[in-house]
Design a protein around this ligand. Structure first.
Ligand SMILES: *[C@@H]1O[C@H](CO)[C@@H](O)[C@H](O)[C@H]1NC(C)=O
Ligand SMILES: *[C@@H]1O[C@H](CO)[C@@H](O)[C@H](O)[C@H]1NC(C)=O
Ligand SMILES: *[C@@H]1O[C@H](CO)[C@@H](O)[C@H](O)[C@H]1NC(C)=O
Ligand SMILES: *[C@@H]1O[C@H](CO)[C@@H](O)[C@H](O)[C@H]1NC(C)=O
Ligand SMILES: *[C@@H]1O[C@H](CO)[C@@H](O)[C@H](O)[C@H]1NC(C)=O
Ligand SMILES: *[C@@H]1O[C@H](CO)[C@@H](O)[C@H](O)[C@H]1NC(C)=O
Ligand SMILES: *[C@@H]1O[C@H](CO)[C@@H](O)[C@H](O)[C@H]1NC(C)=O
Ligand SMILES: *[C@@H]1O[C@H](CO)[C@@H](O)[C@H](O)[C@H]1NC(C)=O
Ligand SMILES: *[C@@H]1O[C@H](CO)[C@@H](O)[C@H](O)[C@H]1NC(C)=O
Ligand SMILES: *[C@@H]1O[C@H](CO)[C@@H](O)[C@H](O)[C@H]1NC(C)=O
Ligand SMILES: *[C@@H]1O[C@H](CO)[C@@H](O)[C@H](O)[C@H]1NC(C)=O
Ligand SMILES: *[C@@H]1O[C@H](CO)[C@@H](O)[C@H](O)[C@H]1NC(C)=O
Length: 400
């Protein structure tokens, strides 16, 4: 019994070491900018990730609110079609399609709608802020986005959408808001904090606010995100807590927006993030900005008027919208005000969200912590047995 416990401990160390190794599932990833259009006045980035008998299409665009449409197909040759005339018109529904249509198994979209700024003097909790605490929100659909020309890179699979607020045109709005997208060909862990674990079925997006002047001494910011699920599907918000913070020091919580399990074989998708943002491009632990998320809203929501999601999914009757806010900045940290830099990363992907295993270091510590008493017990047991045996012999001896 004790020996099997010990074996269990050693075994789990072995399992943990095995699971830490990147998984073998790989995709061939290619990037395409404004396919079928030779202008760079609007941005559409197509990330095509071909696997075994399937293809994932991640389509990013800043036509309207920054949006990613994810389409999973059961074919290695499915392709994206864009009708640019329609996409840039006032009725873009149907402007983007993936063909052949019958190969499409699952699709979803994530829309980054607004950035809220509020007076955090009394509370950094967005849900407790009063109406009078809010400054006019930044509507990301109204931003002017730089051309992606020269800002996407096939070799490291990255692209940066950078925008400035157009409503404040000419009034000294110096900063920018950017969405930095990274695609992956296989599974690994990111080098920079928050060191998210990714797979070939996901891409990473970093929301970066740089140089945007806060409108108050204790301004706090929040990002509003919408995600949709087709047909009878629904989204659900989960919190995954771990005692292990080796990869993201002092952060013990991972939040994820996932598709609620369904009884049909339709796929699922996720948005996953650690509850931390950072106040520097080369994030250190000391640059950590408190990040908080709020309950998922599903009732009476509508997507921003203009976005790639509308161009793909059309009228709202066909899907369910879920929305949530993520706020940055705790009660007393003024990290953003000092550095004017804020970066928050999330992973968006198809299927199940990656699960953080206990790190090898923590497993070894646990094994030693749990194993030592077991070893002592076993050693103690053996000693007692041996002593008992000896005593028995010494008791029997005189009789012989
Ligand atoms: C874009 O394509 C049109 C015709 O399709 C052509 O007339 C025009 O010169 C092209 N522009 C550039 C910058 O290549
Ligand atoms: C891909 O499809 C072919 C033909 O349908 C099948 O023979 C093969 O086993 C499939 N491969 C995988 C990895 O599913
Ligand atoms: C693109 O959309 C326009 C306007 O909706 C339509 O007239 C045109 O036929 C479409 N082009 C193609 C190739 O479908
Ligand atoms: C903020 O707190 C101050 C003092 O604690 C209080 O007087 C004030 O009414 C509060 N303001 C709001 C908007 O709650
Ligand atoms: C965004 O632009 C639209 C149309 O130009 C305008 O009606 C709306 O008020 C703007 N939103 C904000 C937050 O300024
Ligand atoms: C793309 O990334 C690679 C590797 O990081 C770099 O060497 C190359 O210069 C980049 N290309 C462009 C066009 O930025
Ligand atoms: C924008 O930058 C200029 C020059 O650096 C500075 O004078 C101005 O105050 C800045 N505006 C804001 C809103 O921070
Ligand atoms: C990625 O998706 C494929 C196809 O659904 C699946 O076989 C594979 O296990 C997934 N990989 C990971 C790491 O989730
Ligand atoms: C923020 O709120 C506090 C308390 O309500 C108030 O004293 C302060 O003037 C407000 N700051 C701004 C910039 O509105
Ligand atoms: C799945 O569940 C829905 C209701 O939740 C039901 O109407 C439908 O028949 C079920 N489908 C299957 C294949 O069980
Ligand atoms: C949604 O809107 C309807 C009608 O406008 C209203 O009756 C209902 O109470 C709203 N639901 C929520 C949760 O706000
Ligand atoms: C996000 O917060 C703002 C400000 O409190 C609120 O108006 C908005 O409805 C929230 N959005 C969601 C999706 O909860």
């Amino acid at each position: 019994m004790r020996v099997s416990l010990l074996l269990l401990c050693l075994g789990s160390v072995g399992v943990s070491m095995a699971t830490e190794r990147p998984e073998a599932y790989r995709r061939k990833v290619s990037l395409e900018y404004n396919p079928g259009w030779n202008s760079s006045e609007a941005n559409l980035l197509h990330i095509r990730a071909v696997g075994q008998n399937d293809t994932l299409h991640f389509v990013w665009s800043t036509i309207g609110a920054p949006t990613m449409v994810l389409v999973y197909t059961g074919s290695e040759t499915s392709s994206l079609h864009v009708n640019w005339t329609k996409l840039l018109s006032n009725s873009p529904f149907g402007a983007i399609r993936v063909e052949p249509e019958e190969s499409v198994l699952y699709s979803t979209a994530v829309v980054f709608a607004k950035v809220y700024e509020y007076n955090g003097t009394n509370t950094s909790d967005l849900s407790k802020a009063l109406a009078g605490d809010f400054y006019p929100a930044y509507d990301l659909a109204n931003f002017t986005w730089d051309s992606l020309d020269g800002k996407w890179n096939q070799s490291d699979l990255t692209a940066t959408f950078r925008g400035v607020c157009a409503d404040h045109g000419g009034t000294g709005w110096n900063g920018s808001i950017a969405f930095q997208v990274t695609a992956f060909e296989g599974s690994d862990r990111d080098a920079p904090l928050p060191r998210l674990l990714h797979s070939a079925n996901s891409s990473k997006v970093a929301f970066v606010m740089h140089g945007v002047a806060p409108r108050g001494k204790q301004s706090r910011f929040a990002l509003e995100i919408f995600a949709l699920e087709e047909g009878s599907g629904r989204k659900e918000l989960q919190s995954v807590r771990s005692i292990d913070d080796e990869y993201t020091p002092t952060i013990f919580e991972m939040a994820q927006l996932v598709s609620r399990p369904r009884n049909d074989s339709v796929g699922s998708s996720f948005v996953q993030w650690k509850t931390a943002a950072y106040a520097s491009p080369d994030a250190q632990r000391t640059d950590t900005i408190h990040c908080q998320y709020y309950p998922l809203r599903t009732a009476n929501l509508s997507l921003p008027g203009r976005s790639l999601a509308y161009a793909f999914f059309g009228p709202e009757a066909h899907y369910a919208v879920a929305g949530l806010n993520v706020s940055f900045g705790g009660e007393d940290s003024e990290a953003y005000q000092e550095k004017r830099y804020l970066s928050w990363s999330a992973l968006i992907g198809y299927g199940e969200p990656p699960e953080d295993m206990f790190s090898t270091l923590v497993m070894v510590i646990l094994a030693v912590a749990l194993g030592t008493p077991v070893l002592l017990l076993v050693a103690g047991g053996i000693t007692v047995c041996v002593a008992a045996q000896k005593r028995r012999y010494s008791e029997y001896d005189p009789i012989n």
